[in-house]
Design a protein around this ligand. Sequence first.
Ligand code: M6R
Length: 366
Amino acid sequence: EKGGYEHFMLKEIFEQPRSILDSMRGRMIAESDHLMMAGIREFENKFVNANRIIIVACGTSWHAGLVAEYLIEDLARIPVEVEYASEFRYRNPILNERDIVIAISQSGETADTLAALELAKSKGATIFGICNVVGSSIARATDAGAYTHAGPEIGVASTKAFTAQVTVLTLIAMIIGSKRGTLETTKLRELMVELETIPSKVEEALQLNEQIVQISEQYKDATNFLYLGRGYNFPVALEGALKLKEISYIHAEGYPAAEMKHGPIALIDEQMPVVVIATKDSSYEKIVSNVQEVKARKGKVIAVVTEGDTTIPAMADHVIEIPETSEHLMPLLSVIPLQLLSYHIAVMRGCNVDQPRNLAKSVTVE
Ligand code: M6R
């Protein structure tokens, strides 16, 4: 059942080229300019004329929502807010008929996310679901939606569901952007072509596994980790930290790299591993300075960079090279080494990777 892998989590990490492909299958074919999602088409006018999109989710799904905030605001120019479902539902939120609420949930059973959705529905918002489990409570409660086709995710730590969610959200941002005219046809085509290459680039990123085993050896006894990223890689930093916390029980924090100097920089010394996601994108120059700041305080830098980069490798203690892609799609690649890092560290520490203590696969109580 684990397909020869030692744990479901590892199997699921390695399934991502396939699960990403399955999540775009039938929805996008770059060559023939085909880009369509039934659930969006049904509510096309609502999406095109939306005042605001509010995303509600918990945990890793909330991180996928943060990636979507960058995507939708950039490509479709609709204001997006990403809310923890548990906070949103008790805040007496302001909502109306021109708001679209998107709930993201792998299981489709998360109690807070379901309740947030029901609340939004009662206030007249259009509610849209992105779920992995067909027929789940959230999928049934929505007006429309899109499934992620990740297949069953057994490991408590979410991996392939995250990349499937990001894939679907990318398609949604592209569709709305093209319908609203905020995403030019040439740019849209470029993105479609690039998105089609992602499964094979994820495959390449998975070949980093052996290198990551070695890095994990060196840091498995650390008591703290910091994860930094900017722009599209900021949510990836949060996700990397969450993965490490939940399965290895090492304290980890994810931060937008520029926030470091507003507090967490005080934590940095020679004992502190800092994972920096520093791929070539619009914030690259800025993150180079953040790496310098960490090195000036003797932090250990594990950098995830774009293949061929020479600037960051000259400063970092460890360099993990991933393939180049558009910054819009980078989270699909940059999260892969972080999933592997948390997995190997947890295994080396003797943790129960698939069933971490105190955690359940779906949180059906608030
Ligand atoms: O099933 P959901 O996507 O609604 O679950 C949300 C969170 O409980 C979930 O992502 C949790 O944070 C994972 N264990 C993260 O790996």
